[in-house]
Design a protein around this ligand. Structure first.
Ligand SMILES: [Zn+2]
Length: 280
């Protein structure tokens, strides 16, 4: 089956890791049976040791147009917030081929004014916005009230949820995960978690299954996870968050190929939703 990974990284990202060259990413994709992958730009300082700019993303994707899909990014913080206008910057990136915005890794609340300016422009240009959320990055309170307000205020913008806080909220008791103490909560899920409720309520919210956070969320309570994937089959996107040679953070590719969900749901999660969202 065709598989599209909506969340990967290229470049030197951490000082203690070898760089994930485009060739390394393609080798990982070949091994995992992944046909195409979206490459994230990293233009915020909080999560990684180095940046991988939109210009660099465009360059590697230009060399592998059949396999790699460029995302763009820019930092929402500006010395003169009133003068921050992301529109011409994002418009240029769209014209040069970018299909999404992310990964947002800025250590600001998810409703930061600069991010709101970005969300509005991304809605206008039909760029889905992929955000990381934890206790610092795109921070929110338990229950994700700030994210909910953004979903309401920017109905034309598609948001792709990712990372520790978003996925802890698969369970109603997940809010404690915004503190650093329980990044990957284990055990049975208590319905109805905020992530689950928001996915049901808002047409403009999707989520990627990448990294340990996504994998943990859908496997910590196996029966719940399968039902969750079936229920949200139009909203979930296969992804790995690969950022080093030869390794994915979690065995999501074998899981998604073999888990007990309908073939319709599997096809949507593996590629149909990505084709629709990224306009491939
Ligand atoms: Zn990432």
């Amino acid at each position: 089956m065709r598989i599209i990974d909506v969340h990967t990284h290229v470049g030197r990202l951490r000082h203690n890791l070898p760089p994930n060259r485009a060739e390394d990413l393609l080798a990982t994709m070949d091994r995992e049976g992944i046909d195409q992958a979206a490459v994230m730009a990293v233009e915020n300082p909080e999560e990684l040791d180095y940046y991988f700019t939109t210009e660099q993303v465009l360059e590697v994707c230009r060399r592998h147009p059949d396999r790699l899909i460029p995302f763009c990014s820019l930092d929402p913080r500006h010395r003169y917030p009133d003068q921050f206008d992301p529109r011409p910057i994002i418009q240029e990136y769209v014209e040069r081929g970018c299909r999404g915005f992310g990964e947002i890794l800025a250590g600001v609340p998810i409703d930061h004014p600069g991010l709101q300016a970005i969300y509005g422009v991304c809605g206008e240009f039909k760029l889905p916005v992929l955000f990381h959320t934890d206790y610092l990055i795109c921070a929110d309170e338990p229950g994700l009230p700030r994210l909910e307000r953004m979903l309401q205020q920017f109905p034309a913008t598609t948001f792709i949820g990712h990372a520790q806080h978003f996925w802890a909220e698969i369970s109603a008791d997940g809010g404690a995960a915004q503190t650093q103490t329980i990044p990957y909560p284990q055990g049975p899920v208590t319905p109805v978690g905020a992530a689950d409720r928001l996915l049901t309520t808002y047409a403009n919210l999707c989520a990627d299954l990448s990294a340990r956070s996504g994998y943990n969320a859908i496997t910590r309570d196996p029966a719940f996870g399968l039902a969750f994937m079936e229920r949200h089959q139009d909203k979930l996107l296969f992804a790995t968050d690969t950022l080093q040679p030869g390794r994915t953070p979690a065995p999501i590719a074998p899981l998604i190929r073999t888990c007990a969900i309908s073939e319709t749901a599997r096809e949507k999660i593996c590629y149909r939703n990505a084709v629709r969202l990224l306009r491939l």
